[in-house]
Ligand binder design. Structure first.
Ligand code: GSH
Length: 192
C-alpha cells in the first residue's frame, strides 16, 4: 500500500496530518506544494486546490479532519480518539467548532481591528477547558490536541502572541512539546 502526502510546511491544516502520521509512525512519501504557484494537477486531487491531500493507492482524500479520521481508522494504534462514543463525540464537537480559534487567528494575522481581543478570548476559553483536564479531549492526548496545536504554535512563534496569561494552556503546550511529533512541528514552524 502506498501513501503520499501533498503538503506545505506553512499550512496548519497540513500540520494536523503531519502530526497524526508521526504519532502513529506511518511511513509516507511527501510531495511539497508551493502554495504561491500550485500545480494544475493538484485540482484533480482536490477540486479546492488546497493542501493537505493524502493519497492511498491513487485515491486522493482532502480535508484535514477527514484525513485525521481516515488515518485513525486505517492505523488504529496508538489510538488518538477515546474509546467511549460520548467522549469521541465530544472530541468531534470541539474540532467541528475549530473556527472559534482559527477565525480570530486569521483576523489577527490580517491585522484586523479587535482581532487581538478576539484571539485572547479564544485562548482564554481553551485555558478554562485545560484547567479541568490535561488534554483537550480528556485525560489522554489525541485528535483534539492535534487539531488545535498548529495554530497555537504559529500564534506563539510567528505572531509573537504571549501565552503567559494562560497558565493551563501553557502547561498543556509544554506537555505536548515533549512529544517528538509536536517537537518536529515546532521545528517546521521555526524554519518558516
Ligand atoms: N478545510 C481545509 C483547509 C485547508 C487549507 O485552507 N489549506 C490552505 C493552506 S493552509 C491552502 O491550501 N490554501 C490554498 C488556497 O486556499 O487556495 C482542511 O482542513 O484541510
Amino acid at each position: 500500500m502506498s501513501l503520499v502526502l501533498y503538503d506545505a510546511p506553512r499550512c496548519p491544516y497540513a500540520a494536523r496530518v503531519r502530526i497524526v502520521l508521526a504519532e502513529k509512525g506511518i511511513e509516507v512519501d511527501v510531495v511539497e506544494i508551493d502554495l504561491s504557484d500550485r500545480p494544475d494537477w493538484l485540482y484533480e486531487k482536490n477540486p479546492a486546490g488546497r493542501v493537505p491531500v493524502i493519497e492511498e493507492d491513487d485515491r486522493p482524500l482532502a480535508e484535514s479532519v477527514v484525513i485525521m479520521e481516515f488515518l485513525e481508522e486505517r492505523y488504529p494504534e496508538p489510538a488518538l480518539l477515546p474509546p467511549d462514543p460520548a467522549d469521541r463525540a465530544a472530541v468531534r464537537l470541539l474540532i467541528f467548532r475549530d473556527d472559534e480559534l482559527t477565525d480570530p487567528y486569521y483576523a489577527l494575522r490580517r491585522g484586523e481591528e479587535g482581532a487581538a481581543e478576539q484571539f485572547d478570548a479564544a485562548l482564554a476559553r481553551l485555558d478554562v477547558q485545560l484547567s479541568e483536564r490535561d488534554f483537550l479531549g480528556g485525560a489522554e492526548f489525541g485528535l483534539a490536541d492535534i487539531a488545535f496545536v498548529p495554530w497555537i504554535l504559529r500564534a506563539r512563534d510567528m505572531l509573537g502572541v504571549e501565552l503567559d496569561g494562560y497558565p493551563s494552556l501553557g502547561a498543556w503546550l509544554a506537555r505536548l512539546e515533549q512529544r517528538p511529533a509536536i517537537a518536529a512541528e515546532v521545528g517546521v514552524v521555526a524554519a518558516l
